[in-house]
Ligand binder design. Structure first.
Ligand SMILES: Cc1cc2nc3c(=O)[nH]c(=O)nc-3n(C[C@H](O)[C@H](O)[C@H](O)COP(=O)(O)OP(=O)(O)OC[C@H]3O[C@@H](n4cnc5c(N)ncnc54)[C@H](O)[C@@H]3O)c2cc1C
Length: 511
C-alpha cells in the first residue's frame, strides 16, 4: 500500500475519473491498482479554495484492510460489570465488556430512543422537561440528539479509529473515516445508537431502561450493592459510573456516601446564532456552500483578562436545543442533521471558570451551584418556561435591550433580556472582549443579525471524581470506575467512548 496526497479543486475532489488519473500519474507505474480515500480536508485559507486529498493505493493483488468490528468472547457468568448510564461511554464500555467475556449489566435512568423522542418533542413544543428523558438523559446519552461531531483532541489515533470504525459497523456513513471534521447528524444517530444496544443485548448483555441509580451501599473500600429507583437492591462486583455531566443527583449521592469528589474548572457562556450564509461567505471568501463545499464552521479562541474564551460545539446548519434536565432551569446546546441544511449557524461562546472564581472554592459543589444559579436565573427572567433569554449581539456590545429579533432556531422561543441580568461581570466583560477579537478574525461577526441565547452552561463537568491513573478505579473505592465526561475524563462523544473502552480494559488488565 502506498499513500498518495495532492490538492485539487472541490469539484475535482468529487470526480472519480479525475482522482484516478492523478493517482495513476503520481504512481509512475503502469500496473492495475485500486484506491480508497484516506483523509479529506477543505483548505479555505485562500480565495482559491482547495481540497487536500489523501488516498491509500493498493496493487490489484493486495487486499484492502477491513474496518474494525467488535468480536465477542463467550461470556463467563462469574464476570459481570455493572454500568450506570448508557451514553457513548456506557455503550462502548458494554461492547468492550462483551469483547472481554464479561456480562455488562446496564442501568439507564432514561428511555430507549423510540420512546425518548416523544419526550424531546414535548420539550421542544410545550416546554415540558421530563427529568429522566430529555436531550441529556436516555439511550445513547447526550450524544444521541447531538450534531454527532466526532472530532477529538485525543492523540490516541488507534483508539479514535476504533470508535469511528465501530460507528460505521453499526450504520454510520464511511465518510466519517475520511473527513477531517467528521459528523453523523441527529437524524442518523438514534438508529446507530439503537443498533449498538441491540447488539449488546443479542450478545448476552443486559440493558435496563427507566432504572435510575438512587443509592449506594459501601463496606470499607468497596461498593457492595446499589439501589435503583429507590426500590431494587443489586449486589455488584465492579461498577462503572458513566452518568455524564448533568447527573447532579449522582454527585450528591457520592458525596452523601463520603465518596471523594472535587470541584474542577469548566466553562460557561452563551450560544450565538448567525445565518449560515454569513458564516459561509466569511469563511469561503464570499462563496456560499454548495454540492462541493460543506456548510462552513469556525473555531475561535482568545484570552480575555487571563481567561480562555472559546467557541464550543459549533453546529453549521444547526438548531439550538433546550437541554435542561429539570424544570425551573434553562440550558442551551446545539445539534444539526447530517446534511447541515438549516439556514442557521450556532455555537457556544464560553468563558473558562475555575473554582477560585466562585464563592467557597473548597466546596466540591461550587461549580454545580454556579451553573444552577445561572440556569435558574435565566428561567426566571425569560418567563418561567423553556423560553431562553436572548439579546442581539451588537445590542449586547452596546449594552442595549433588544427590541426585535431575526428568526431564531430555538423552538420553545426567546425572550428579550439583557445578558448582564443573567451573568456576573467576570463573564460579561470577558464575553465582550472576546467578541471584539472574534470580530477581527471574522469581520462582521458582531452584528444585530446574530442573536445570543443564554445560557450555554453544560460544556463539561464542574466536578472531578478522582481515580487512580493506572488502575482507573476511584482513589478510595477500589471497585468503582468513574468514567468519561461526568467524572471529568472526557469531553465529547469520541473521548467518552474511548474512556468507556479504557475503563473496561483496565478492569481486565488488572483482574
Ligand atoms: C445537544 C447536544 C449536542 C452535542 N453535540 C456534540 C457533538 O456534536 N460532538 C460531541 O463530541 N459531543 C457533543 N455533545 C456532548 C456529548 O454528547 C457528550 O460529551 C457525551 O455524550 C458524553 O458521554 P458520556 O457517556 O460521558 O455521558 P452522557 O452522554 O451524558 O451519558 C450519561 C448517561 O447516564 C444516564 N444517567 C445519568 N444519571 C443516571 C442515574 N442516576 N442512573 C442511571 N443512569 C443515569 C443518563 O441518562 C445518560 O444517558 C453534545 C451534547 C448535547 C446535549
Amino acid at each position: 500500500m502506498e499513500e498518495i496526497s495532492f490538492y485539487c479543486t472541490p469539484e475535482q475532489a468529487h470526480d472519480q475519473e479525475y482522482l484516478k488519473s492523478v493517482i495513476a500519474k503520481q504512481r509512475k507505474k503502469n500496473d492495475a491498482f485500486k484506491f480508497k480515500w484516506h483523509k479529506r480536508s477543505i483548505d479555505a485559507r485562500k480565495k482559491n479554495i482547495k481540497v487536500r486529498c489523501s488516498f491509500h493505493v493498493y496493487k490489484s493483488s493486495e487486499s484492502i484492510p477491513e474496518n474494525y468490528k467488535p468480536t465477542f468472547k463467550k461470556l463467563n457468568p462469574n464476570k459481570t460489570i455493572h454500568i450506570i448510564g448508557l451514553g457513548p461511554a456506557g455503550l462502548f464500555a458494554a461492547l468492550t465488556a462483551l469483547e472481554e467475556g464479561y456480562k455488562p449489566i446496564v442501568y439507564e435512568r432514561g428511555k430507549a430512543v423510540k420512546d425518548r423522542i416523544k419526550d424531546i418533542g414535548k420539550l421542544n413544543r410545550k416546554g415540558i422537561v421530563n427529568e429522566n428523558s430529555n436531550y441529556c438523559f436516555g439511550e445513547g446519552g447526550a450524544g444521541t440528539y447531538s450534531d454527532g461531531k466526532l472530532y477529538t483532541r485525543s492523540k490516541k489515533r488507534g483508539a479514535v479509529q476504533q470508535v469511528l470504525e465501530t460507528f460505521v459497523h453499526f450504520g454510520a456513513n464511511e465518510d466519517i473515516l475520511v473527513e477531517a471534521h467528521p459528523h453523523i447528524g441527529t437524524n442518523k444517530l438514534p438508529r446507530i445508537v439503537a443498533a449498538i444496544s441491540d447488539k449488546i443485548v443479542e450478545m448476552g448483555g443486559e440493558i435496563n431502561f427507566d432504572h435510575k441509580l438512587t443509592g449506594i451501599n459501601t463496606n470499607a473500600d468497596k461498593i457492595t450493592s446499589i439501589e435503583l429507583n429507590h426500590e431494587l437492591t443489586v449486589s455488584v462486583d465492579k461498577i462503572l459510573l458513566a452518568t455524564g455531566h448533568s447527573a447532579r443527583d449522582v454527585f450528591e449521592l457520592l458525596h452523601e456516601n463520603k465518596i471523594k469528589i472535587q470541584a474542577k474548572p469548566f466553562a460557561l457562556g452563551v450560544r450565538v446564532e448567525h445565518s449560515q450564509e454569513f458564516i459561509d461567505k466569511a469563511q469561503y471568501h464570499g462563496r456560499k456552500s454548495d454540492a462541493f463545499i460543506p456548510p462552513a464552521s469556525y473555531r475561535l479562541v482568545t484570552q480575555a483578562r487571563d481567561k480562555g474564551v472559546y467557541s464550543f460545539c459549533m453546529c453549521p446548519g444547526g438548531i439550538i436545543a433546550p437541554c435542561a434536565t429539570k424544570n425551573e432551569e434553562v440550558v442551551t446546546n446545539g445539534w444539526s442533521p447530517s446534511k447541515r441544511n438549516n439556514p442557521y449557524a450556532n455555537s457556544g461562546i464560553v468563558v473558562s471558570v475555575s473554582p477560585e472564581d466562585l464563592k467557597n472554592p473548597e466546596n466540591p459543589f461550587c461549580g454545580v451551584e454556579f451553573q444552577q444559579y445561572i440556569e435558574h436565573k435565566a428561567w426566571l427572567s425569560a418567563g418561567k418556561n423553556q423560553k431562553v433569554p436572548a439579546q442581539k449581539l451588537e445590542d449586547f456590545m452596546n449594552d442595549t435591550l433588544s427590541i426585535d429579533f431575526p428568526r431564531s432556531s430555538y423552538q420553545p422561543g426567546i425572550e428579550s433580556v439583557k445578558m448582564d441580568e443573567i451573568f456576573p461581570d467576570f463573564i460579561i466583560d470577558r464575553l465582550r472582549a472576546a467578541f471584539i477579537d472574534f470580530n477581527k478574525k471574522i469581520p462582521g461577526f458582531i452584528t444585530n443579525d446574530a442573536v445570543l441565547h443564554a445560557p450555554e452552561s453544560r460544556t463539561s463537568s464542574p466536578i472531578l471524581i478522582p481515580r487512580d491513573k493506572h488502575s482507573f478505579h476511584h482513589v478510595e473505592i477500589t471497585n468503582l470506575y468513574p468514567c468519561a465526561e461526568g467524572a471529568g475524563y472526557a469531553g465529547g462523544i469520541v473521548s467518552a467512548a474511548i474512556d468507556g473502552i479504557n475503563c473496561v480494559q483496565a478492569i481486565e488488565r488488572l483482574k
